[in-house]
Design a protein around this ligand. Sequence first.
Ligand code: DX5
Ligand code: ZN
Length: 230
Amino acid sequence: MAKTGVICKIGPSVLNTDLAELHNESQRLLDSGADYLHLDVMDGHFVPNITFGHPVVKCLRKKISDAFFETHMMVTKPEQWIEPMADAGVDQYTFHVEPCSDVLFVCRKVREAGMKVGLALKPGTGVEAVQQYIDQADMILVMTVEPGFGGQKFMKDMMGKVQWLRQNYPDLDIEVDGGVGLTTIQDCAEAGANMIVSGTAVVGAEDPGKVIATMRDIVEGSIQKCQLER
Ligand code: DX5
Ligand code: ZN
């Protein structure tokens, strides 16, 4: 990993929890040591699946007032949901660049609405698609599965994108999402990811707190190693 000053954050994905118990499941993940919640919003167009939208996020926010909410917007029209998600109490709006005709415009609108900006890349999209927007973003999400479903196999060949981003942007927040768990976290940490989304590996664990703590140790170990070399 290149020298970095970033900090490790673990953000479990609620996608594969019992969504009828969204509040309890989210609270359980936060009580297990999660730094933020990764909320997967799917519109049935950008991805072949539907989850939930801003009305559900707003209800969740009423029950959980203090946690950091990131919405991962797997939607065809990211510009359409900025205001409703800001109103729902979202802290970071992470949207895909692929369907977006004016990325700068959406970045600006997200920021004006008071949220942080995350830019997401599908596995088939190269980093050059976000390079020109990195100054406008708070975080880049490198997807390590095709978006749409939890529980898929981690794509190790995405680590080249993470490495490139870390080498060129030492202090950028870089998130990985998809198939990340105890067996794949080392690859993510070594490549330079510092924001870790993990769904089934955390949610399905007997002791989610232990999985979160172990992943944190590994990522923090990589970060510290690089800081010592600084
Ligand atoms: C996939 C979602 C991911 C997913 C992660 O489209 O963006 O956030 O829920 O789940 P796991 O960790 O099970 O791959
Ligand atoms: Zn996601």
